[in-house]
Design a binder for this molecule. Structure first.
Ligand SMILES: Nc1ncnc2c1ncn2[C@@H]1O[C@H](COP(=O)(O)OP(=O)(O)O)[C@@H](O)[C@H]1O
Ligand SMILES: [Mg+2]
Length: 254
C-alpha cells in the first residue's frame, strides 16, 4: 500500500537518507528502530508530505505523495495541542477543510474522543490534561479524518513506563478497531516487538535501512516469553552491528 523506493534526502552536502526503501501493507503495523539521527523523522516527514524535497519515489496506493492529506495522520513525541482550544476543538480543527457536513464532523470527533478514552473531557484545555491524555488527544486528532495510514514519531517517548505500557495496549486496540496501517518510530525495542508485524532497523551516516525483521509471534504478545526474548536479542544484535561499525565501545547506542 505504501511504497518508498530509492528515497534520498540531502540537507546541503549531508545525506540524511540514502537510497531507502520501505513497504507497508494495508492494515500492517510496522515499527522503525535506529540510533538518533539515522533519518527516522526525516522519512516520516516525507511520507506525511510535510517535506517534498527528495529524490526517489513514495507512493500510497499507487499515487505519488504530494503535500499533507487527511489520508496520512501524524503524531509527534509532543502532543502539539493548541493551548487556547479545548480538547474537542483541538480534534475538530483537523476536519476544518474536510468535505463533510457539520453533523458528520461532530459525529467523527465524538467517535474519536470515545475511541481514545477521553469522553467527558471534551471541554478540558490542554493544560489540564496529563501527558498520556494529551497524547491520546493527539492520536484522536490524527485519526479523525480516517487516514489509511497513521505515522507515529516516538509518540510514547516522553511518558512514564506505566502510562507507556497502557498506551501500547491502547494503540493495539485502536489499530484493530480502525484497520489503519501504522508506522511507529520508537527507541524501545520491547515496544516494537509488542506492537508490530515488521521491524525496520535503520542506521546513520548515511541514514538507511539495514534490516527488515518479521515478528511472527502470536498476539497478544507475552513480553516474558522465550520467543519474545530471542527476538529482542536479534534486534539488539542488528542495532549493535550498526553501532559496532560506528562506535566500538558503545553498548546498544540508541
Ligand atoms: N532541516 C534539516 N536541516 C539540516 N539537517 C537536518 C534537518 N533535519 C534533519 N537533519 C539531519 O538529518 C539527520 C537525520 O535527522 P532525523 O531524521 O531527525 O533523525 P532521527 O529522527 O532518526 O533521530 C540528523 O543528522 C539531522 O541533524
Ligand atoms: Mg526523530
Amino acid at each position: 500500500m505504501l511504497e518508498a523506493r530509492n528515497v534520498t534526502r540531502r540537507f546541503g552536502d549531508f545525506v540524511a537518507l540514502h537510497d531507502t526503501a520501505l513497504d507497508v501493507g494495508e492494515g500492517e503495523f510496522v515499527t522503525i528502530v535506529g540510533a538518533s539521527g539515522c533519518g527516522k523523522t526525516t522519512l516520516l516527514r516525507l511520507i506525511a508530505g510535510l517535506d517534498q524535497d527528495y529524490t526517489g519515489e513514495i507512493t500510497l496506493n499507487g499515487q505519488r505523495i504530494v503535500g499533507t492529506s487527511l489520508e496520512r495522520g501524524i503524531v509527534f513525541q509532543e502532543p502539539r495541542l493548541l493551548p487556547w482550544l479545548d480538547l474537542w476543538d483541538n480534534i475538530a480543527i483537523a476536519l476544518d477543510n474536510a468535505p463533510l457536513s457539520n453533523t458528520a464532523k461532530k459525529e467523527a470527533v465524538a467517535a474519536q474522543i470515545a475511541l481514545v478514552g477521553l469522553t467527558g473531557f471534551e471541554r478540558a484545555y490542554p493544560s489540564a490534561l496529563s501527558g498520556g491524555m494529551a497524547q491520546r488527544a493527539a492520536i484522536a486528532r490524527a485519526l479523525v479524518g480516517h487516514p489509511s495510514i497513521l505515522l507515529l514519531d516516538e509518540p510514547l517517548g516522553a511518558l512514564d513506563a506505566i502510562t507507556r505500557m497502557r498506551l501500547q495496549e491502547e494503540l493495539l486496540r485502536i489499530w484493530r478497531h480502525e484497520g489503519v496501517s501504522m508506522i511507529l518510530v520508537t527507541h524501545d525495542v520491547e515496544e516494537a516487538i509488542f506492537l508490530s508485524k515488521k521491524i525496520v532497523v535503520m542506521d546513520s551516516r548515511p541514514g538507511r535501512v539495514t534490516a527488515n525483521i518479521a515478528v511472527d509471534l502470536p498476539m497478544p504478545r507475552d513480553r516474558s516469553s522465550a520467543d519474545f526474548g530471542a527476538l529482542k536479542r536479534k534486534i539488539f544484535d542488528a542495532l549493535h552491528d550498526n553501532a559496532a561499525v560506528r562506535l566500538p565501545e558503545a553498548e546498544y547506542a540508541i
